[in-house]
Design a protein around this ligand. Structure first.
Ligand code: NAD
Length: 370
């Protein structure tokens, strides 16, 4: 059984799907591993370290894929895969792409579709990557902010603590709260799911938000926020508007699964902020939570507010993001590994397998696309 690790080719994608550490473990369960040359360079893992871990190096994607039974990637590979190969990545596939995998005889598993259940936590790429994105957002927000986060009492006078407001308190938002608190910021946060309120408070931040009957039902069975009514969003905006005007740094992380990110910071709210304030929008891959966000860019508004709208935030902390992503994939494969046959064994009735499997035996099997 041969596993191939490809070099990522999308602009700005600095991560890699296996590290020298996970290659060693993949070898130990009985796999031969081929790594495309340069695959780990952007995350700080040189070819020599993969070779030392027991991988064979291939000069290009085609050579890496030759004879591969399993392919690990971060994003959907462009190169054609051998028929029958199992592809494990965050594919972000739509119905057309899924059909093409089936036609090409690729057994595609898309890790971002993993169910949010306890047993799947150690394979949960969305959580591992969101956690780091939340951390990185605060670090970049602090670097862009022209004052400090902590209150500084010096002989020359006092610098006040920064007011930091975190919008969306899921995995990324909770890490953002913890990071901003560690830096000494005065932190508040908002969310619509009732459970998030307690989590915000338990991290020492204050809760700012609007709650009603609708928000008490705002969480889906899968743990995600629901799309709420226009009336709810208007009331939420009213509460948030007064608060945002007093904030120095706003970290936006709110998402509604499968939809465009909700707009929570309007142009008028940005206009109410002080010059030098910073908005960091890590929801920008889904369009952003701020009306002023330009996905993929940083810009300064007319009133002097910096809006950091970079996309793919985990790729901005690539060594750590790759290390966790690679372990998520390793855990997935070793959980569904037949030790005797030294081959993957994905029981079709397993909840995790059903969650991620797009195609099997040339057919589309995922409930979202079948
Ligand atoms: P997410 O990335 O989909 O969304 C981020 C946050 O934005 C969520 O907390 C959501 O409630 C919030 N949000 C959406 N609309 C909003 C609005 N209008 N205003 C303010 N906030 C808004 O969510 P996530 O971080 O992936 O996780 C969501 C939940 O799933 C969390 O409770 C998390 O603990 C849980 N979870 C469970 C597991 C597991 O059990 N294996 C794994 C990961 C996450």
């Amino acid at each position: 059984m041969r596993l191939a690790v490809l070099k990522e080719r999308r602009a700005g994608e600095t991560r890699v799907a296996a590290t020298p550490e996970t290659v060693k473990k993949l070898k130990s369960i009985g796999l031969d591993v081929t790594v495309e040359q340069g695959a780990g360079l952007a995350s700080g893992f040189p070819d020599a370290e993969y070779a030392a871990a027991g991988a064979e190096l291939a000069p290009d994607a085609a050579a890496a894929l030759a004879g591969a039974n399993i392919v690990f990637a971060v994003r959907a590979p462009e190169a054609p895969l051998p028929r029958g190969a199992m592809l494990i990545a965050t594919l972000g596939a739509d119905a057309d792409a899924t059909r093409r995998y089936a036609e090409a005889g690729v057994e595609a598993a898309s890790m971002e579709l993993l169910p949010r259940i306890t047993r799947a936590q150690s394979m949960d790429v969305l959580s591992s990557q969101a956690n780091l994105a939340g951390y990185r957002a605060v670090i970049e927000g602090a670097a862009a902010f022209d004052r400090g986060f902590p209150m500084l009492m010096t002989a020359a006078g006092t610098v006040p603590a920064a007011n930091v407001f975190v919008m969306g308190a899921g995995v990324a938002g909770l890490q953002a709260i913890a990071t901003a608190r560690r830096l000494g910021g005065r932190v508040s946060a908002t969310d619509v799911r009732p459970a998030a309120k307690e989590e915000i408070k338990s991290l020492g931040a204050s809760f700012v938000g609007y709650e009603d009957e609708e928000s008490r039902q705002a969480q889906t069975a899968g743990g995600y926020a629901k799309q709420l009514s226009a009336e709810f969003y208007a009331k939420q905006a009213e509460v948030v508007a007064a608060h945002i005007a007093k904030q120095d740094v706003v970290i936006c992380t709110a998402l509604v699964q499968g939809r465009k990110a909700p707009i929570l910071v309007t142009k008028a709210m940005v206009a109410s902020m002080k010059p030098g304030s910073v908005i960091v929008d890590i929801a920008s891959d889904a369009g952003g939570n701020c009306e002023e966000t330009r996905p993929g860019e940083m810009h300064v508004t007319e009133n002097g507010v910096k809006v950091l709208g970079w996309t793919n935030w985990p790729a901005r902390i690539p060594a750590a993001a790759s290390a966790l992503y690679a372990r998520n994939l390793l855990t997935f494969l070793s959980t569904f590994w037949d030790k005797e046959a030294k081959a993957p064994k994905l029981p079709p009735e397993d909840e995790i397998v059903q969650g991620v499997t797009l195609t099997r035996g040339g057919a589309v099997v995922h409930k979202n696309f079948a």
